[in-house]
Design a protein around this ligand. Structure first.
Ligand code: SF4
Length: 359
C-alpha cells in the first residue's frame, strides 16, 4: 500500500555526480559539524557519513581558511561537497576554485549586482548548482516587514532569490524553505511548489535534539514527500550527523520511497518476554548498520507470539526462557542458547546475503 501522491515534476540539476530533481531518487544529505578548517576531522566525519549512505554533504565556510581547506577535503572524499556560505561573495568564489560541487548562498544577501554577477559567472564556469536556502529566522528585512515571519514571507523570499539568478541566465538552482516549526515549513513548501519547477531541498531546521528532531523531521519531511513534494532531504539534529542520515533513510523507507540496508522490526516487549530484548535489539541494530542486504529482520520477545507476529520478516529471533529460537518467514529453524542468539542471527543473515548475491 502506498501513502504517496504522484511526485511533483521538477527540473533536474546535478550536484557533482548526484542528480537532484525530476525522476532522480530522493537523495539524503547532511552537513558536517566539525571546524571546516580542520581538514582531518572534517574528512573523517564525511567518511563516516558516506558509510551511513550520505549522498551529498555540506560544510560551513565561515572564512577564507575554510574555503581553501575544501580543496584538501574534496580530494579525500567520494560524495559531492557543497560549500555553505553566508553573504561573502569572495568565499563563494574561493570555494568554487577549491573544487566543490555546489554552493549554498542566497543571492539576495550577497550585496551589489556586480558581486552577485561574479558569483553567478563563477558558478556557471565551474558548472556548480546554487541552493537558495530561505530560513524563516533570517528573512530579508523588506519581506519580513511586508509579510512577517510567515510561510508567505518565506515563499516571497525564495521567489525573489530565484528571480535574481534566472535574470542572469542561471537555472541550476534548488531551494529550501526551512523554519523550526513544522506547520510553517510544510505550508511554505506547499505554497512554493506549484509556483516553480526548481527542485526542492526539504527539511525542518533547528529541529532539536534526538526525539524532538526526529519527530519534527519525520512529520514535516514525511508530510511533504507523501504529497509528492521534495527532491532531496536533510534531517537536522543536534547530534552526530550520521544520525541524520539514518533518520533520513528511515523516513524514505517508511514512505516506501527508498530502501537502504536491512529493515529491523522488533516488538515492544511485554510480560511474556523473559530475555533482555532491549540489549539484543541494540546489538542487532548496530550489526545491521554495517550491512547492506535488503532483508527484513525481526527481534521478538517471546516464542509464543513472536514468529507468528513477525511472519513477514525474512529472518528473526524470538526469546524463550534462557534460550531463543531462530525463525525464517515465521517457521522455526532451531533453538539457540540465549548467549549465542545475536551471533547466530548475524551469521545466518550473512549466509543468506551471500546466497542472494550468488544467484
Ligand atoms: Fe509480548 Fe511476545 Fe508480542 Fe513481544 S512478541 S510483545 S513479548 S507477546
Amino acid at each position: 500500500m502506498s501513502l504517496l501522491k504522484e511526485r511533483r515534476k521538477t527540473r533536474q540539476i546535478n550536484v557533482g555526480s548526484q542528480p537532484v530533481g525530476s525522476d532522480a531518487p530522493v537523495s539524503v544529505q547532511s552537513m558536517t559539524n566539525t571546524q571546516t578548517q580542520d581538514v582531518q576531522a572534517t574528512v573523517n566525519q564525511i567518511l563516516s557519513l558516506e558509510k551511513a549512505g550520505c549522498e551529498i554533504v555540506r560544510a560551513a565556510v565561515p572564512d577564507m581558511e575554510a574555503a581553501k581547506a575544501l580543496k584538501k577535503i574534496k580530494a579525500q572524499i567520494h560524495i559531492p561537497l557543497i560549500a555553505d556560505i553566508h553573504f561573502d561573495w569572495r568565499l563563494a568564489i574561493a570555494s568554487a576554485e577549491s573544487g566543490v560541487d555546489g554552493l549554498r548562498i542566497n543571492p539576495g544577501n550577497i550585496g551589489t549586482a556586480d558581486k552577485i554577477k561574479a558569483v553567478v559567472d563563477c558558478a556557471k564556469a565551474h558548472k556548480l548548482p546554487i541552493r537558495i536556502g530561505v530560513n524563516g529566522g533570517s528573512l530579508e528585512k523588506e519581506i519580513e516587514k511586508q509579510y512577517g515571519v510567515t510561510a508567505r514571507g518565506m515563499v516571497e523570499s525564495a521567489l525573489a532569490n530565484i528571480r535574481i539568478l534566472e535574470d542572469l541566465g542561471f537555472y541550476d538552482i534548488k531551494v529550501s524553505l526551512k523554519a523550526s516549526d513544522v506547520a510553517r515549513t510544510v505550508e511554505a513548501y506547499r505554497q512554493l511548489s506549484p509556483l516553480t519547477d526548481v527542485p526542492l531541498h526539504v527539511g525542518v531546521t533547528e529541529a532539536g535534539g534526538l526525539y524532538a528532531g526526529i519527530t519534527k523531521s519525520a512529520i514535516g519531511i514525511g508530510m511533504l514527500l507523501s504529497e509528492g513534494i521534495g527532491d532531496t532531504i536533510r534531517v537536522s539534529l543536534t547530534r552526530d550527523p550520521v544520525e541524520e542520515i539514518r533518520t533520513g533513510f528511515e523516513i524514505l523507507r517508511a514512505l516506501g520511497l527508498r530502501q537502504r540496508g536491512p529493515e529491523l522490526i522488533s516488538c515492544p516487549t511485554c510480560g511474556r518476554c523473559k530475555i533482555n530484548l532491549f540489549k539484543i535489539a541494540e546489538q542487532v541494530e548496530k550489526a545491521l548498520l554495517e550491512r547492506s542486504a535488503r532483508i527484513k529482520v525481526a527481534i521478538m520477545g517471546c516464542v509464543v507470539n513472536g514468529p507468528g507476529e513477525a511472519k513477514e520478516a525474512d529472518i528473526g529471533i524470538a526469546g524463550g526462557d534462557g534460550n531463543g529460537i531462530l525463525f525464517k518467514k515465521g517457521k522455526v529453524i532451531r533453538k539457540i542458547d540465549q548467549a549465542y542468539l545475536v551471533d547466530e542471527l548475524i551469521k545466518e543473515i550473512d549466509a543468506m546475503t551471500l546466497k542472494a548475491e550468488e544467484v
